[in-house]
Design a protein around this ligand. Structure first.
Ligand SMILES: Nc1ncnc2c1ncn2[C@@H]1O[C@H](COP(=O)(O)OP(=O)(O)OP(=O)(O)O)[C@@H](O)[C@H]1O
Ligand SMILES: [Mg+2]
Length: 248
């Protein structure tokens, strides 16, 4: 479903992706791990067709998206949803308007049909009936759920989540993780989650990719990841710094 072949991307002098290869199957739940600044968000933006690589190719199904024009890309992006790091909602719109935003803008369906869709996704994320609440009045966990509802309303076949549980307490995180997994299973959505949270990795990941030094350093199951004796992997999983790193 998603395939990255030999991706390279630099910003000025800084090489961020240096030959990334990965493959994610249809309906699979994949987790991408890596240290802060390792290029996870940059990789996600490539897969979502939001930035172009300097070299290499990205396939969504049979389509090579790195060579499409804007109009063709829009068509491909229609089947994707991205929940960005931070999951910002529009503060000037209530929950229902936030969730229905893309459907209202499309203007293809009546307001009552859209309202029904909004009610349905809110129920799915466990927040039935909160359409008229304002983002400012929601907890962090509720905001993430609303962002999730907004991501799934147009029934995407691929969802990218960039650190979906950042800033949440462990219990709220766990419930978001389970919700992501459930949506993946019941809607058969190809799911790509960026995280550095080991519990998230354990709960969601069928396949785990670890990004390190601009490449996929490891492709494994969570079980293999946790059992790895490779020093880079072991230190990452257990949060051990090597003191030689220039990242803090
Ligand atoms: N548009 C851009 N212009 C210049 N540099 C960029 C741009 N986007 C990302 N970078 C740089 O690329 C590197 C990787 O960034 P990225 O956001 O992918 O890291 P990350 O792995 O997602 O980190 P975190 O876990 O902190 O979110 C960083 O050093 C960042 O400063
Ligand atoms: Mg990031």
């Amino acid at each position: 479903m998603i395939k990255a072949c030999n991706l390279y991307k630099s910003f000025g002098e800084q090489a961020v992706l240096c030959g990334v290869n990965l493959e994610i199957q249809k309906g699979e739940a994949a987790v991408i791990l890596g240290r802060s600044g390792s290029g996870k968000s940059v990789l996600l933006k490539h897969m979502a067709g939001l930035i172009q690589p300097d070299a290499g190719k990205i396939f969504i199904g049979d389509l090579e998206i790195s060579s499409l024009n804007e109009r063709e890309l829009l068509e491909v992006r229609r089947q994707m949803a991205v929940m960005f790091q931070g999951a910002a909602l529009f503060d000037s719109m209530n929950v229902g308007e936030n969730i229905g935003f893309s459907l209202y803008r499309e203007g293809k369906r009546s307001h009552s049909e859209i309202a029904k869709e909004i009610a349905g996704v809110l129920e799915l994320v466990g927040l039935k009936g909160i359409e008229s609440k304002w983002p400012a009045d929601l907890s962090g966990g509720m905001k993430k759920r609303v962002a999730l509802a907004r991501a799934i309303i147009h029934k995407p076949s691929i969802i990218f989540y960039d650190e979906p549980t950042a800033g949440l307490d462990p219990i709220a995180s766990d419930s978001i993780d389970k919700l992501i997994k459930r949506i993946c299973e019941i809607r058969q959505v190809t799911t790509v989650v960026i995280t550095h949270d080991m519990r998230t990795t354990q709960t969601i990941g069928e396949k785990v990719f670890m990004l390190h030094n601009g490449q996929i350093y490891l492709t494994a199951t969570p079980k293999e990841l946790f059992a790895s004796t490779d020093p880079v992997v072991h230190n990452f999983v257990n949060g051990i710094s090597d003191n030689k790193s220039n990242l803090t």
